[in-house]
Design a protein around this ligand. Structure first.
Ligand SMILES: Nc1ncnc2c1ncn2[C@@H]1O[C@H](COP(=O)(O)OP(=O)(O)OP(=O)(O)O)[C@@H](O)[C@H]1O
Ligand SMILES: [Mg+2]
Length: 305
């Protein structure tokens, strides 16, 4: 039976629903972010959920936030409370719904830029490279093969579109929107966090080919001049995870991430416009298993629903 939580329901709190997360406004500049079991592909939310996906994503993000807090003491993140037992009294009646999948965090002003970093050339970066040799304004060496590791990770920001698809944006254009100082800090952090996480994951048999970080600012934190890491971190939704033992340059890779669902959807004649198709039970189960495997390999802990 598919017991996925497609939508959380906390009455009497203002809510904004993203593709995956329900974001509730608490008092005092705080948010309650609940990761549902929704899955999106090609920017369309599927009608079928993946049981436990929200808890897996939240657990993995919390793991990385903790890892970064130790490794990069200067890097601020948005987390305030991850233990539902310690959430405010008004939320305790909903604890069963929230435990494991919800966090309380500081409400920030979201930077309208996604901090994308690529260590390997694949996806849209590979398409751009084949056409022009350039990815997001960065000239890459000639002769790279599909999925090859880059000489060093590159920062390829994109816009955070209100609706529709995110578009690549140059550093200069992005700097005009958010300020060069804070963007330069976000770029540095994006590359440093990725490089350290990729090294860690490699030791667990996972290649992190690329990932996306989101940042916000808050007037209380360095007068809004320091980017704060928000949203999720290094999950199968925000990253490409490849099993290292099957890695081979020059072809597509097996993956622990959403690529599996995308590949399934490519076998249909669906036009990638809403509504998305229902996912069959075996695709749901296999997707869940991939998310669980990524969680368990990276955190070293058994996933407990
Ligand atoms: N600390 C924070 N302060 C303010 N907003 C945040 C914070 N952390 C996450 N968010 C926002 O909450 C939303 C999370 O929802 P979700 O990940 O489902 O969104 P999405 O569908 O990926 O993107 P969007 O909501 O922009 O369409 C995102 O819009 C994200 O930018
Ligand atoms: Mg998101």
């Amino acid at each position: 039976m598919n017991n996925a939580l497609l939508q959380s329901n906390i009455p009497n709190l203002p809510v904004r629903r993203g593709k995956v997360r329900d974001v509730y406004q608490l008092g005092g500049d705080r948010l309650l972010i609940v990761a549902s079991d929704r899955i999106s592909a090609f920017d369309v939310v599927m009608p079928t959920g993946i049981p436990d996906k929200g808890s897996i994503l939240t657990g993995l993000s919390n793991f990385w936030f903790d890892f970064f807090r130790k490794e990069f003491p200067d890097c601020r993140n948005h987390l305030i409370e991850t233990d539902a037992a310690k959430f405010p009294a008004e939320l305790q009646p909903y604890r069963a719904q929230l435990a494991g999948r919800a966090v309380i965090c500081r409400k920030t002003k979201v930077m309208p830029i996604e901090g994308i970093v690529r260590g390997y050339i694949t996806g849209s970066g590979w398409k751009d490279y084949l056409k022009t040799g350039i990815v997001s304004g960065i000239k890459l060496p000639p002769g790279l093969k599909q999925c090859q590791q880059l000489p060093e990770p590159i920062f390829t920001p994109s816009t955070k579109a209100e609706a529709g698809h995110d578009e690549p944006i140059s550093f200069e254009e992005a700097a005009k929107q958010v300020g060069e100082g804070v963007l330069a800090k976000a770029r540095r952090l994006t590359i440093d966090l990725y490089a350290r996480a990729a090294q860690f994951a490699r030791g667990k048999g996972i290649i992190i080919a690329d990932t996306k970080f989101e940042f916000g600012t808050h007037p209380d934190v360095d007068n809004g001049q320091t980017p704060i890491l928000i949203d999720e971190a290094l999950t199968p939704d925000s990253s490409r995870f490849w099993p290292a033992d099957q890695y081979e340059v020059g072809r597509d890779q097996a993956s622990f991430d959403k690529q599996y669902v995308r590949n399934y959807l490519e076998t249909l004649s669906w036009n990638k416009q809403p509504p998305g198709p229902e996912l069959p039970a075996d695709v749901v189960m296999n997707t869940r298993a991939k998310y669980v495997e990524a969680f368990e390999r990276l955190t070293g802990s058994k996933f407990q629903a």
